[in-house]
Design a protein around this ligand. Structure first.
Ligand SMILES: NC(=O)c1ccc[n+]([C@@H]2O[C@H](COP(=O)([O-])OP(=O)(O)OC[C@H]3O[C@@H](n4cnc5c(N)ncnc54)[C@H](OP(=O)(O)O)[C@@H]3O)[C@@H](O)[C@H]2O)c1
Length: 310
């Protein structure tokens, strides 16, 4: 089986999706060839009665029950956990100091019931800490085997470039993964996203990725919470502009021609552009649809047609 370019998003696992169903979702993903499981040390802290431990702890119990740690590419993040339990905002988070990074890594390992993380991300920027300190602390985790590779999520490209140069100068492992919000529809330029902390991939992101060659983009919110296919999930207002009408027309045309869902065309289009899409599934059928989409190969002419409307 060829490598499946897809990551399973896990925000609701163990909370809105109860544990037994969460295990089924994880089982099915792995059964279908999935490896990448994306979580964070704060999912879902913003929900009633939650601390932010829940997603990682659920995955940890699943890994322990299935004894399949080696079959999974475990991806988790540090930096955006509120320092005060019960705080539902991102106003006072752990951040990216050396001590915050080290202690968050320890917490994640404990909850995930593992001795290593495969992809460890800076979840959001922390400009209050010298970048040298952050880069050194992340590099140390790679050097001691706690972490395999590093990623930067929700970072401006200039900060990523600067962090990578510092890592080179210091001789430590650099960020090689980028996680940003990206899907087929394009929000109106300059629009404020309703979700705090979210940062969009832009033309500059792709320019930088193409120039560097050693960076992989993982995209989140790829299915826009289900809005491509579900009337109960209205399109967000950030997409209100004529380009959306044109993109949706081509998307639905291609989906009809290929006999697949619009979600699947979106995921196949992302993969065709070298992206690893993350999909947050809350049912086994959603996992199956996403896996088939990520495995769908689009002809170059179809990709060009999808690219054309802006
Ligand atoms: N780095 C970051 O800052 C960041 C930010 C956000 C997310 N993420 C990662 O990305 C993952 C996904 O993010 P997301 O939840 O914002 O985006 P998403 O994947 O676009 O949306 C997930 C939701 O879409 C619906 N859905 C999934 N598959 C579907 C299908 N085949 N048909 C119809 N609806 C479907 C489900 O809604 P229902 O549950 O209502 O069925 C699901 O909860 C997260 O779990 C997390 O791992 C990272």
């Amino acid at each position: 089986m060829t490598e499946l370019r897809l990551a399973l998003g896990t925000i609701p696992l163990g909370t809105t999706v109860e544990e037994r169903d969460s295990f089924r979702i994880l089982d099915r993903f792995v059964e279908l060839g999935g490896t990448r499981v994306d979580t964070a040390d704060n999912y879902p802290f913003w929900q009633d009665g939650c601390t932010g431990d829940e997603s990682e702890a659920t995955i940890g119990r699943w890994l322990a029950a299935r004894r399949n740690r080696d079959a999974v590419v475990l991806s988790t993040k540090v930096g955006a956990r509120p320092r005060t339990p019960g705080d539902r905002t991102l106003d006072d988070v752990e951040g990216l100091s050396a001590s915050a990074i080290r202690s968050a890594a320890e917490g994640s390992l404990r909850r995930l019931q593992t001795d290593r993380v495969d992809v460890f991300w800076a979840h959001v920027e922390d400009r209050s800490v010298p970048l040298e300190e952050t880069v050194t602390a992340f590099g140390a985790l790679v050097a001691d085997g706690t972490v395999r590779v590093l990623g930067a999520s929700n970072h401006a490209m200039w900060r990523l470039e600067r962090a990578r140069r510092i890592a080179r100068d210091l001789g430590v492992a650099p960020f090689t993964h980028v996680q940003l919000r990206h899907t087929y529809l394009q929000p109106r330029p300059g629009v404020a996203l309703p979700e705090g902390g979210h940062t969009l991939a832009t033309g500059e992101t792709f320019d930088y990725l193409a120039a560097e060659g050693d960076l992989t983009l993982w995209a989140y919110n790829t299915l826009m919470f289900g809005a491509y296919t579900r009337p109960d999930k209205p399109l967000q207002r950030i997409f209100e502009h004529p380009g959306t009408t044109a993109r949706l027309a081509v998307l639905n045309e291609v989906a009809d021609e290929l006999g697949v869902s619009a979600n699947q065309v979106v995921l196949a289009w992302l993969v065709a552009h070298g992206v690893v899409p993350i999909v947050g599934a809350t049912r086994v059928e959603q996992v199956e649809e996403a896996v088939a989409g990520a495995r769908l190969s689009l002809d170059a002419a179809v990709v060009d047609r999808l690219d054309a409307p802006a």
